[in-house]
Design a protein around this ligand. Structure first.
Ligand SMILES: Nc1ncnc2c1ncn2[C@@H]1O[C@H](COP(=O)(O)OP(=O)(O)OP(=O)(O)O)[C@@H](O)[C@H]1O
Length: 491
């Protein structure tokens, strides 16, 4: 308490001195130059001696390119929590898809803060510049700043731990309030929309143990900044999601982003001209992001590029390159991104810029991918998403029909073991077709579809067995024909 009163007293002394300084600034021109210089030197000394406060200014813009300062915006967010309680004039900003309001102090307001029993003051202000005159209009430019004032005896505490605390809190609040984005690239530029996919791990149809393992892995990653820096690795992790179409690969990417509160950069590789453009796109991604390349096997002709190249070299294939067909052009075969460019994108020197990034590839044909692309260290975790199991079905039944058990579940469990059906197909049957929904009708429709799928699978298996039999009979006949007639005679 005494401390705070002392602080207030100093603040008053400070403001008297500041007024004197102002008067001095007005009248100093009437003094001879030499005297003025000396007077100024001694008044500065006296001022710092009497005025016991340190003042730090944080400008809104920094650098030659006038980038918005990260520290300024973290301070702005930090102060939004305390200033809304104290300041009388506030600015309002709507965030999170128009669902919440963030208040911050308006220009020329002052609020007090306290850290470990030490009081300090934050003031907001702005400088207005008249930059250009355009016919009748005067263009003005505003540059805002925050000023932090504290007693000089607390210098070490404020410059070190307190400012770190402000920046950390401010960044954390910003992440909490931010509206997440879904980016896509148009050539070498990212454009975005607000990311609003509702998928979560709770709604994802997957075996519980597998789900838990993935969630634990993701959370461990997101909290492992220190670990990654200790072991000297860039703070990023690669996920390869593979499996047939409709097994939830894209849904899982959305669930990952929702779990970790990350943005998604959906990279359309076929629209990227070359490796340089790819690197530029990578540099422009922020941290706390998932960079996803969907259907990587179709994106570019990267599959087994190395082995193909070797084969060509062996054959001494020096044929002239054929002109590309319109389909090839459309499919992005005109992109000059190479496998090595993509490998560099994943774990080259540039990949460490930004940090806290997941790189996710999805594919239906994992066996087609070049092993170098998916080796551990690049794609650290390989996750297979497959046909719907009974455990996965139970998640869908709970989501779609609010059913935890039903007398038809046993039948469905038995059928799912024999018939292959993707979660997407199962989900389609569980979609209510009437209002109000009829759960039993949905389950029966699923059973019917599973029985058909089972029948089809049986027919396919029989046909495959017949084909195998006839081809081995053909092989045997061929072998008999090729047998040496002399050795046969001898026998
Ligand atoms: N495991 C799952 N859990 C919940 N819903 C799923 C799951 N798999 C598929 N679905 C549903 O099926 C639809 C298609 O799924 P999704 O696009 O994620 O599959 P995919 O594996 O990415 O397919 P593709 O390989 O064709 O891109 C989704 O809208 C989702 O509702």
């Amino acid at each position: 308490m005494i401390h705070l009163k002392q602080g207030d007293m100093f603040a008053q002394v400070g403001s008297v001195i500041a007024s004197l300084m102002f008067v001095w600034a007005m009248f100093k021109q009437y003094f001879p130059y030499e005297l003025r210089d000396r007077l100024e030197k001694y008044t500065q000394k006296a001022f710092t001696f009497v005025y016991p406060y340190i003042q730090i200014t944080f400008h809104e813009f920094i650098g030659e390119r006038l980038m918005r300062s990260e520290a300024y915006s973290a301070i702005e967010t930090y102060l939004s929590s305390s200033s809304s309680m104290q300041a009388k004039r506030l600015k309002a900003e709507v965030v999170k898809n128009n669902q919440s309001l963030v208040l911050s102090m308006d220009d020329h307001e002052e609020v007090a803060d306290e850290y470990k029993g030490v009081k300090l003051w934050w003031a907001s202000g702005k400088n207005v510049f008249k930059s250009q005159t355009l016919s009748f209009y005067q263009i003005t430019d505003e540059k805002r700043y925050y000023k932090l004032r504290f007693h000089k005896r607390h210098r070490d505490l404020i410059i070190g731990p307190y400012l770190n605390h402000v920046l950390k809190e401010g960044r954390a609040l910003k992440v909490k309030n931010r509206q997440r984005k879904l980016y896509t690239n148009n050539g070498s530029y990212w454009s975005h929309v607000v990311f609003e996919h509702p998928a979560t791990f709770k709604t994802l149809a997957l075996e519980p143990e597998k789900k838990k393992e993935i969630i634990d892995d993701l959370i461990t990653f997101s909290q492992a900044e220190e670990f990654y820096s200790r072991i000297g690795r860039a703070w990023k992790r690669g996920y390869l999601l593979y499996g047939p179409p409709g097994t939830g690969k894209s849904t899982m990417v959305a669930a990952m982003a929702n779990l970790l509160n990350y943005d998604i950069y959906d990279l359309e590789l076929t629209a990227v001209k070359d490796n340089t453009e790819l690197r530029k796109l990578l540099i422009e991604t922020s941290s706390k992001a998932i960079v996803v390349i969907e259907d990587i096997d179709c994106s570019l002709d990267l599959t087994g590029q190395r082995s193909k190249k070797k084969e060509e070299e062996k054959q001494g294939d020096d044929k002239e390159q054929k002109p590309k067909s319109p389909k090839e052009e459309r499919d992005g075969k005109n992109s000059q991104v190479t496998l090595s460019g993509l490998l560099n994108f994943i774990d080259g020197l540039w990949s460490a810029c930004g940090g806290e990034r997941l790189i996710v590839f999805t594919t239906n044909f994992v066996e087609k991918l070049d092993p170098a692309l998916i080796r551990k260290g690049r794609m650290d975790k390989h996750i297979e998403l497959s046909y719907c199991s009974f455990e996965a079905f139970k998640v869908l039944a709970d989501n779609y029909l609010r059913l935890e058990s039903h007398h038809l579940f046993d039948k469905i469990s038995a059928l799912l073991k024999e018939a292959k059906m993707t979660p997407a197909d199962v989900a389609e049957h569980l979609m209510p077709k009437t209002v109000p929904g009829n759960a039993e009708a949905c389950l029966e429709s699923l059973i019917e579809a599973l029985e058909t799928a089972k029948e089809e699978a049986k027919l396919k298996a029989e046909e495959a067995a017949r084909e195998k039999e006839s081809s081995s009979a053909k092989e045997e006949a061929k072998e008999a024909d090729n047998k040496d007639p002399i050795s046969e005679k001898e026998q």
